[in-house]
Design a binder for this molecule. Structure first.
Ligand code: CAA
Length: 387
């Protein structure tokens, strides 16, 4: 029996900042942001979108195509948690009307959270082949106005269904994990924005890629040339580009070209959305599926990195008719529908969203009908509504 990804859904909020505008406002050369960092736009979440609402909206993209009663597991990976105790997944489970006997919880290890969920789901479905698992990554990357990390912000969610005999990608057995207790990026309980040692974080990311990719090749006997594409967690596109350069150095020209072309296809959506932390690697996956021509049985390697730090490399094989399970036009419309913000509008929305909502606050959404949003609190309980 093969287990893997059968459905994939995507959501990003309806507002963005253009990197050229941001560069001008911060007195930077636009080419630093466009070429040096590799980003063109970043999605901005206002007060009404958070990890819960974005996770619901991503899953709704495929929910009508699945058997809800077979879902036995729902995991949400996020580092933008909305409660110190209650799992984001419980709010999501209610909105999605999933069965009461679903096992559900939230996982946290920076941007690694969704990969942790997928690995748990893979092994769960192997033991329970009649059940499926929904795994969601949903995050808002916030570093702060006028900080070095500002250009690497973003917001969005990816949701996948893991089941037996999947339609998109089978997950291969095995993985290579690597971890160390370090301080490259973190968010203390009293801070709404991340703290980061930017240059150090870039070095650690590459170091962890070297370790996990080398170990995976040793374990499996696979080489870089055996992969159709290598996918990366993309905190910003240049970061993954650097890792890909390491993977293809000393390889034959055909491998170099294939992995470079497919990297560009995988980075296409991230360039326009920015960092979505836990879901970033899976946004790269979606972008590859929708922007590259993949042969049947294409072998794809995935590098997941969560600061703190935990990394894992694993792989999968693309299914023959994967294109039929995608919704490329709707995904492109999701990105194209966003309204451009001026820098002062962005700063106002950003600062507003940082505030803890006063109890009793009622919020309205400017999203299209059918979108879920955070509607404020009642007796300190977060309220979610569908527009
Ligand atoms: N034209 C073209 N390129 C230019 C340029 C110009 N005019 N000016 C500068 N550049 C290039 C620089 O040469 C540099 O390229 P290299 O990396 O290839 O050397 C690049 O632009 C960036 O320049 P700086 O390093 O000087 O930029 P910075 O000091 O402003 O910081 C950053 C960049 C460290 C990434 C910062 O944005 C940051 O801290 N971001 C958040 C942390 C982060 O994303 N870390 C990634 C690893 S951690 C992780 O993956 C987990 C996670 O999700 C956060």
């Amino acid at each position: 029996m093969q287990v893997g990804i059968d459905q994939i859904g995507f959501y990003t909020p309806n507002k963005y900042v253009d990197m050229i505008d941001l560069a001008h406002a911060r007195n930077e050369d636009p080419n630093k942001f466009l070429i040096g960092i590799g980003q063109q736009k970043m999605s901005v979440a206002d007060q009404t979108q958070d990890a819960v609402s974005m996770g619901i909206n991503a899953t709704l993209r495929y929910l009508d195509h699945i058997e809800r009663k077979n879902v036995g597991l729902l995991i949400v990976g996020t580092e933008s948690g909305v409660d110190q105790s209650k799992s984001a997944s419980l709010f999501i489970k209610t909105a999605l009307n999933l069965p009461l006997n679903v096992r559900t919880f939230e996982v946290k290890e920076a941007c690694f959270g969704m990969t942790a969920g997928i690995m748990i789901a893979r092994d769960y479905v192997r033991l329970h082949p009649n059940h499926s698992a929904i795994v969601i990554g949903a995050d808002i990357a916030r570093y702060g106005i006028n900080t070095g990390g500002e250009v690497t912000q973003g917001a969005g969610s990816i949701s996948v269904l893991v089941k037996a005999d999947p339609r998109i990608m089978t997950l291969s057995a095995g993985h290579s994990a690597y971890s160390a207790d370090i301080n490259d990026f973190w968010r203390p309980n009293d801070s709404a924005v991340a703290l980061v040692d930017g240059k150090y974080s870039k070095d650690v990311y590459l170091d962890f890629f070297r370790h996990t990719f080398a170990d995976y090749q040793k374990q499996t006997g696979l080489k870089a040339s055996d992969f159709t594409a290598l996918l990366y967690h993309l905190p910003f596109v240049k970061m993954g580009f650097k890792a890909n350069q390491l993977a293809i150095e000393k390889r034959d020209d055909e491998t170099k070209k294939r992995l470079a072309d497919n990297f560009a296809a995988s980075a296409y959506y991230s360039k326009q959305i920015g960092n979505i932390y836990t879901a970033s690697l899976y946004l790269s996956f979606l972008s590859l599926l929708e922007n590259a021509q993949l042969p049947a049985n294409a072998k794809v390697g995935l590098f997941s990195y969560g600061s703190g730090a935990m990394a894992e490399f694993y792989s999968g094989q693309i299914c023959e008719d994967y294109g039929k399970a995608l919704n490329q036009t709707a995904d492109q419309e999701m990105i194209a529908r966003r309204q451009k913000l001026t820098i002062s509008e962005y700063e106002q929305i950003f600062n507003q969203a940082l505030k803890v909502p006063q109890d009793g606050l009622k919020l309205a959404s400017d999203e299209k009908s059918g979108t879920w949003y955070f509607a404020g609190t009642e007796n300190h309980v977060r309220q979610y509504r569908q527009k």
